[in-house]
Design a binder for this molecule. Structure first.
Ligand SMILES: [Zn+2]
Length: 517
């Protein structure tokens, strides 16, 4: 299916103009990617080039001929920096492998984060990861620890056990409790967390002053924050609009760098007014950024705080039980009620927009194409019949379930917005999935200064794909299908995917941490 191939040792492809006379000895590299359409958003490069790699670094981007131990023929393909996902809840080997097949070379858990942070890095260093990883510190876990007197664990299942417990979600914290939370968050930052994750929408009873003070703490540590806004509603009061106002006001007041997660899902059908507020704040110098994923459905636990209260359905835009699906099946009213009562941690997909309706698709487009925004998956782990799979499982069983964004976000974005709709140039689209996210992170995480780029000195995190063939294959009904058209993925100079096939024997992923670590 792919006509590209890795040529043998010492292979040489003389693509340079002119003849052999000018330079009889082409430079030799460990890996050379030859004749591809190289895209580098930071410099605006979009041209046919050869890329030479030594060790874990790109050392040459040139028209001149190159030889290498391993040669990749990229003719007819795009050579892009590896995709960087700022919103990746699936931090298992399995989830990372599915993302690698979607072109992702760095996947960071920033919206939620973890606590304790050191445990997260230690476990991954121990097990190895196929792609680069990193985390924020989880403020919500600190809130659970303090308000419920529990020891936090750096594990999503621990968090999901407390998921629908109002004890940490609906009351103000006392002054000493806020102090204790601040101490736990500071510890996480001292252990290298990339920022502070605020799942504020899961604890809407949190004090405004608490959120403000925690953001001040992030500002003092020069790390960004990542916030799931307090409200999900088109109706006022307590609307998505007000939730966004709170984040922007907090950014303006504290000077912190704040990132608003999943603009598409948090805005519902108010994307026009919400995005105009974010754009206006950016124009006036507030340090606020945002992201979206190219799907009209979100995913969370079915017992989440946003699915409670007398008018919650109307607030989310008139959803019904049939707007929810679990394991690819739409729910009845009885099933929804039973799951909310008996199994509130059950992962569900909520169809908040109907993208078969052109008006809803336009709303989604507004979020995905927000000026200066980036693409982030919000993807998660994989389950079978509601149970997590052993993390080393490979290949993913056909019946495994997750939101399709866990497998297809980046290929879908390129397919829809570049190849089909042509609403972005290839260069502008690649910026949103490489240099754009790196730029958000690089002030506090210097490692990201070498990522999202195809330049001499940059890390050799590279994706080679065919723009004519790239596609997501994951659907709501059958999500466990890797993307297609992605032929090669290199992580830190190692070939993780070759000719579309993932190598399970290599674990080239490295930890990403803040400046102090
Ligand atoms: Zn969220």
């Amino acid at each position: 299916m792919s006509n590209s191939m890795i040529l043998g040792i010492g292979a040489l492809l003389a693509l340079a103009c002119g003849g052999a006379a000018a330079n009889p000895q082409p430079a030799h590299y460990d890996i050379a990617i030859l004749g591809g359409r190289v895209i580098d958003p930071e410099t605006g490069l979009d041209a046919i080039r050869n890329v030479g790699i030594r060790g874990d670094r790109i050392v040459a981007v040139a028209e001149a001929a190159m030889t290498a131990t391993t040669v990749i023929d990229a003719s007819g393909r795009v050579v892009s920096p590896g995709f960087i996902d700022l919103h990746a809840h699936g931090q298992t080997v399995l989830a990372a492998r599915m993302q690698a097949l979607d072109g992702v070379t760095t996947a960071l858990e920033l919206e939620a984060g973890v606590l304790p942070v050191e445990d997260f890095y230690a476990q991954r260093a121990d097990q190895g990861r196929p792609i680069n990883y990193g985390t924020a510190v989880n403020w919500a876990s600190a809130r659970i620890a303090v308000l419920m007197n529990k020891s936090p664990q750096a594990d999503i299942s621990w968090f999901m056990q407390q998921f629908s417990n109002p004890a940490w979600q609906s009351r103000l914290a006392t002054e000493p409790e806020v102090e204790q939370m601040a101490k736990l968050v500071q510890e996480g930052l001292d252990q290298g967390a990339l920022g502070v994750g605020f799942l504020l929408g899961y604890a809407p009873g949190t004090g405004r002053k608490e959120y403000y003070r925690m953001t001040q703490l992030a500002a003092r540590n020069s790390v960004p924050t990542f916030t799931h806004a307090r409200f999900l509603s088109m109706l006022e009061p307590d609307s998505s609009f007000e939730g966004t106002q709170e984040i922007i006001a907090t950014a303006a007041g504290t000077g912190a760098q704040v990132h608003i997660v999943h603009l598409n899902s948090i805005s519902l059908r108010d994307i026009g007014i919400v995005s105009s507020m974010i754009a206006g704040a950016r124009e006036r110098g507030v340090r606020v950024t945002t992201e979206a994923y190219p799907y009209g459905a979100g995913s969370t636990g079915i017992g989440a705080a946003m699915f409670r209260g007398p008018d919650w359905r109307e607030r989310i835009g008139g959803v019904t039980a049939g707007s929810f699906d679990v394991d690819g099946e739409r729910l009845s009213e009885d099933e929804l009620a039973r799951l909310q009562r008996e199994a509130p941690g059950t992962q569900t997909v909520l169809h908040f927009l109907d993208t078969t309706n052109p008006r809803d698709q336009q709303l989604l487009d507004q979020a995905v194409l927000f000026s200066g925004g980036v693409i982030a998956s919000d993807g998660g782990d994989w389950t079978v019949a509601g149970e997590p799979l052993p993390p080393a499982t490979w290949p993913l069983p056909e019946g495994a379930w997750s939101h399709p964004r866990s497998a297809g976000t980046f290929a879908r974005f390129l397919r829809q917005y570049v190849r089909e709709q042509k609403s972005l140039t290839l260069l502008a689209a690649i910026e949103r999935i490489t240099f754009g996210p790196a730029a958000i992170m690089q002030e506090s995480a210097p490692q990201l200064r070498q990522k999202g780029r195809i330049q001499p000195g940059a890390d050799a995190d590279i994706v080679v794909f065919d723009l004519a063939r790239i596609t997501d294959n994951a659907t709501y009904a059958t999500p466990a299908q890797p993307s297609g058209g992605i032929d090669y993925v290199l992580v830190n100079g190692e070939l993780l995917v070759a000719e579309g096939r993932l190598d399970t024997a290599v674990m080239p992923g490295r930890p990403m941490r803040n400046e102090r670590r």
